[in-house]
Design a protein around this ligand. Structure first.
Ligand SMILES: Nc1ncnc2c1ncn2[C@@H]1O[C@H](COP(=O)(O)OP(=O)(O)O)[C@@H](O)[C@H]1O
Ligand SMILES: [Mg+2]
Length: 607
């Protein structure tokens, strides 16, 4: 039957480069090469036994049919088989051997494959998680993870079975050809001129039909999307009285499906008659030719050898037929391996950014004429000439409309990007010279949208400091004003959150994030619009928790709402990546510029 194939990359072009890259997989196979070799020995053994089958079967069948004994020179007797019992017994022994060999082959190949894939998965994830930020700007995360998992499935299939199958079929074809030439080179030549040609033709014919039905499937998807869109936008459809238009569109699409399917039906019919007529015809032709050779007082071919010959022919026909698909699958795997190796061999953030210095991080930070553009949009200057000095334990606020560059400053502080111009210095050390891990260990961020990981509340708080004790967790939760609501859940700290757990409100998530930051006890804190998604009720509780969190650290408060920053010792108003006003609240109010305007606009002139 026609299998619906949903792969998009059916045909992968194999270049020298992709093969070179795909060879990276050998590094992952290496630790298991010993056991893998043993697996190959079993594969070779089971393949060789498989190669003897047709011979034995033929002998068994031939010895049953009464034919004139062939003279010794003409009959190729590899084993001198006395009678039917002997042949049957040997066949039975062969079956047992085959069963044992195949068992070990499958178990060992599976073992090697699963070990290798575990290592590859691990390497890929650890490489991904250490990728520089820029990588994630360039690649869609959803696409990336689905691509990796489909690549891995492809490789799994190939390592586990396809390679072994491919090897086996090739050996069968080559070995089979050798055997039949020994039986009768004349008949072998006739056979090779017909059956493989037909088998290959049948394969390509089959592919063509599959492609036709794939077109029909795509077309079906298109027509389904017409239904989907119409029903989802049904209010629009009705208000524009577009029903007839959509009906026509749909009508055309389904007519197309019908035509494609009818066309593929015709070809399928032709395919069936082709198989029946040509392929079976070719086989009958060989049998006829072969039988002629077994006739007469002095036949060219013994009956046994003739049967063996036919058995080999059938087996080889099947092997040849399966080769193109196996080859295509290996080809795809090489493409998949190349993709994975590309990821695994990308230099990671650690390698790119690893600095030599582990300075004391006191919380003193200098931005000196910092200019910045995102790597994938180099022509758009996001920050222009940003300069300021933050002293330990000071609160610095950045105010500006959205898109002005506030979050970009936080990304630079966290060293998510390294392509800034000017200097960003922590206690006099340029950020690029500082070990990135060391730096981030002293920082915490509370963002606007807190992402909690699937797991318990406790695990989410522990994210800030995996070694924290229960007492520490409780203290942090209390300080973050989170303890009360956590306790109200039946499972307390063990409450599941995330997709499959309890749904927390924005303010609750925020307070868990604050507890997470508290437990980390960072020298430097970044609050990026930490309260701007909250209603005023929870904003108060969260703000109260934030105030406690900010004590005794250098804090950056990024906000477009101004209520949160009144008490900051420095307020920088930022517009399109430039600092346009600086000072504390009172100074800026007295100055009567943009800040004062904003304060009045937001009705926050609280005197
Ligand atoms: N990852 C990114 N890649 C490219 N441009 C970005 C990226 N993030 C933000 N920008 C752009 O940089 C500018 C400043 O953004 P951002 O720092 O997020 O502003 P704010 O936090 O003040 O709202 C915006 O024009 C935004 O479109
Ligand atoms: Mg922002």
């Amino acid at each position: 039957m026609l299998r619906p194939k949903k792969d998009k990359t059916t045909r992968v072009k194999l270049t020298k480069d992709s093969i070179r890259k795909a060879r990276g997989i050998f590094a992952f196979l290496k630790p298991y090469r010993g056991i893998f070799m043993i697996g190959w020995i079993f594969l070779i053994l089971s393949t060789s036994v498989g190669l003897v089958f047709p011979f034995m079967m033929g002998q068994l069948l031939g010895s049953g049919s009464a034919s004139q004994p062939a003279s010794m020179e003409e009959s190729v007797q590899l084993i001198n088989l006395q009678n039917i019992n002997d042949v049957a017994l040997s066949l039975f022994i062969l079956f047992i051997a085959q069963a044992v060999f195949s068992y070990f082959r499958v178990v060992i190949f599976t073992n090697v494959t699963e070990n290798t894939l575990r290592d590859i998965r691990k390497a890929a994830f650890s490489r991904l998680i250490y990728m520089p930020m820029d990588f994630f700007n360039k690649n869609k995360v959803g696409e990336l993870s689905s691509r990796i998992s489909s690549d891995i499935t492809q490789i799994q299939e190939t390592l586990k079975t396809t390679i072994a199958e491919f090897f086996r079929q090739i050996v069968i074809v080559i070995g089979g050809i050798a055997f039949i030439f020994v039986f009768s080179w004349k008949l072998a030549l006739i056979m090779l001129g017909t059956v493989p040609v037909m088998a290959v033709l049948a394969v390509f014919f089959g592919r063509f039909i599959r492609r036709l039905s794939k077109e029909a499937q795509d077309q079906a998807a298109t027509s389904n999307s017409i239904i989907e869109e119409s029903l989802m936008g049904i209010a629009n459809v009705k208000s524009f009285t577009n029903e007839v238009f959509l009906l026509n569109k749909y009508g055309k699409a389904i007519e197309e499906i019908r035509n494609l399917n009818v066309k593929s039906g015709v070809w399928r019919g032709l395919f069936v008659s082709f198989i029946i007529f040509c392929l079976f015809g070719a086989i009958v032709f060989i049998i006829w030719k072969g039988l002629l050779m077994t006739q007469g007082p002095n036949p060219e071919l013994s009956m046994q050898d003739f049967f063996s010959f036919i058995m080999y022919t059938i087996m080889m026909g099947a092997s040849i037929g399966s080769l193109p698909d196996l080859y295509a699958s290996i080809q795809k795997s090489i493409g998949a391996t190349e993709n994975l190796m590309d990821i695994i061999h990308t230099p990671s953030e650690q390698q790119l950014l690893k600095g030599k210095e582990f300075p004391e991080i006191s919380g003193k930070i200098d931005f000196k004429s910092v200019r910045f553009a995102y790597p994938q949009r180099p022509d758009m200057q996001v920050l222009e000439d940003i300069s300021f000095t933050a002293h330990p334990n000071e609160t610095i606020a950045f105010v500006g409309s959205s898109g002005s560059g506030k979050s970009t400053i936080s990304s630079l502080l966290l060293h998510l990007y390294s392509n800034h111009e000017g200097n960003i210095e922590f206690d006099g050390h340029e950020i690029r010279e500082i070990d990135v891990h060391h730096l981030r260990q002293h920082m915490a961020i509370v963002p606007q949208e807190v992402l909690l990981f699937a797991g318990t509340i406790k695990e989410n708080i522990l994210f800030g400091k995996p070694t924290a004790t229960d007492d520490e967790i409780m203290a942090a939760a209390k300080q973050a004003n989170a303890w009360e609501f956590i306790q109200s859940f039946p499972d307390g700290l063990e409450t599941q959150v995330g997709d499959r757990g309890i749904q927390l409100s924005g303010g609750q998530k925020q307070r868990i994030a604050i507890a997470r930051a508290l437990i980390k006890n960072p020298r430097i804190l970044i609050l990026d619009e930490a309260t701007s998604a909250l209603d005023s009720e929870s904003e108060k509780v969260v703000q109260d928790a934030l105030d406690k969190l900010m004590v005794g650290r250098t804090s950056f408060v990024l906000a477009h709402r101004l209520a949160t920053i009144r008490h900051a010792s420095q307020i920088h108003v930022i517009q399109q990546g430039k600092i346009v006003e600086s000072g504390n609240h009172d100074e800026l109010m007295r100055q009567g510029g943009i800040y004062k305007n904003l304060v009045e606009l937001q009705g926050l002139d609280m005197e």
